[in-house]
Write a new protein. Structure first.
Length: 69
């Protein structure tokens, strides 16, 4: 992992609304991962979209565990 490929993004927990900084590693390209909320510890699904052409972060979507199908 290269530090220049880390993006810090301010996000809110979809459960409790707590704002926190999330580090996104764009070297992993587009992917789905899970992170626990630092306040309520609920599992958050994080969908990361990275441009295959430029390697730049395009979109980050957070979802509740019970919203995932």
């Amino acid at each position: 992992m290269h530090e220049e490929m880390l993006n810090s993004l301010a996000v809110s927990c979809p459960y409790c609304g707590t704002e926190f900084d999330l580090l996104i590693d764009t070297s992993q390209e587009s992917h789905i991962t899970w992170e626990d909320c630092p306040r309520c510890c609920a599992p958050i699904q994080i969908s990361v979209a990275v441009s295959p052409h430029t390697g730049e972060l395009e979109q980050v979507t957070l979802g509740r565990d019970d919203d995932v199908v």
